[in-house]
Design a protein around this ligand. Structure first.
Ligand SMILES: [Zn+2]
Length: 348
């Protein structure tokens, strides 16, 4: 994970997508509306980047599965659901929170703020209300979308536009690497838990240009794609092993970015900007290399990426990226025929 160096200990944790702090309970309606809008803007930003990374790299992701890009919000996950619904002019609890540009949901003209009426035959009005603020219902609805896509390749969604129009569409998925991207309020960290990439609302990268912020998301996505959580579980979560996974995620960043249309060099620039402020000096921890070394490892990947692209157009990391944590399974000798992502040995 990319983290504030003062944070030590837990390498991977499970965190729920939390609503804003309990302070919101004292907010005026206008303040609540503003904090919802802020969270939606942050969510829109990371979903747009995450969508590019996850779909552009799908040809090389062993577990790629269909996705439509729709990210929901649940008023029932907030401490005062009724106030949230009123602020958002919703009659029910579920709305579209983010719809990445270019995604199938966006092509169906489903827009952020639209009220969701039903998902794959499940009427939202029939869902039991959670007894207390609860993120599980939201996760369950995202699971429902994924399950429909996995079995049929499409998912039927009914929604009401902000202008009060009722719409319904059967939306076909496109392949994406399977991580979900989430914003966590009241945190300045970025982390990966195996299935999710979680970015704190106060993470410094939010202040950077998109291509440098994308580097932080690419680093976390790399942890999930490279199955670092599993690997550390098997091989031990000691300092050396954690440092090895961090280095490998750093080296993977520019590969993922290159496929998503970002300059691969932005990964090095991100580290050079973020590192001196957040990961250096007396706070340096032994689980991570120094930021200058991290930038160096990233820079060393750039000619390898260029060579991979020269062979087949894309940065084929499945074939051409040298693994540290799974060296045997990914040795070039067992690599598939050049240029064929489909034929790739996705056996790790
Ligand atoms: Zn990391």
């Amino acid at each position: 994970m990319i983290r504030r160096a003062v944070v030590t200990g837990v390498a991977f944790v499970t965190l729920a997508l939390a609503p804003p702090a309990s302070a919101q309970q004292r907010q005026t309606p206008a303040q609540l509306q503003q904090s919802i809008a802020d969270l939606r803007a942050a969510e829109g930003r990371i979903q747009a980047i995450g969508w590019k990374l996850a779909t552009a790299n799908a040809p090389f992701c062993a577990a790629a599965r269909p996705a439509i890009g729709l990210v929901l919000m649940d008023a029932g996950a907030w401490p005062q659901p009724d106030k949230v619904r009123t602020a958002l002019k919703l009659s029910g609890p579920i709305a579209a929170q983010a719809v990445p540009p270019g995604s199938p949901a966006a092509m169906a003209e489903l827009k952020p703020g639209a009220e969701i009426v039903s998902i794959a035959g499940q009427a939202i009005a029939d869902l039991p209300a959670p007894r207390s603020p609860d993120w599980k219902r939201l996760a369950g609805l995202h699971d429902r979308i994924d399950a429909a896509l996995a079995s049929a390749g499409t998912v039927e969604i009914a929604w009401r536009t902000a202008q009060g129009q009722d719409k319904r569409a059967s939306i076909a998925g496109v392949p994406a690497c399977p991580s979900r991207f989430e914003v966590l309020s009241d945190s300045d960290r970025a982390l990966a838990d195996g299935t999710r990439v979680i970015i704190g609302r106060n993470f410094a990268g939010f202040g950077y240009a998109e291509e440098e912020f994308a580097a932080a998301l690419a680093h976390e996505l790399a942890h999930n794609i490279l199955e670092h959580r599993l690997w550390l579980g098997t091989n031990g979560r000691n300092q050396n092993n954690i440092r090895m996974t961090e280095r490998e995620a750093d080296r993977m960043m520019p590969w993922l970015m290159a496929n998503a249309g970002y300059p691969a060099d932005a990964a090095r620039r991100f580290m050079a900007r973020w590192g001196p402020v957040h990961a250096g000096g007396i706070f340096r921890v032994r689980t991570h290399d120094g930021w200058d070394e991290r930038a160096g490892f990233i820079a060393a990947e750039l000619p390898r990426i260029a060579a991979s692209q020269a062979r087949g157009g894309q940065a084929n990391w499945l074939r051409d990226f040298a693994r540290d944590t799974h060296p045997a399974a990914d040795a070039p000798a067992s690599a598939p025929v050049a240029g064929s992502a489909e034929g790739a040995g996705v056996s790790r």
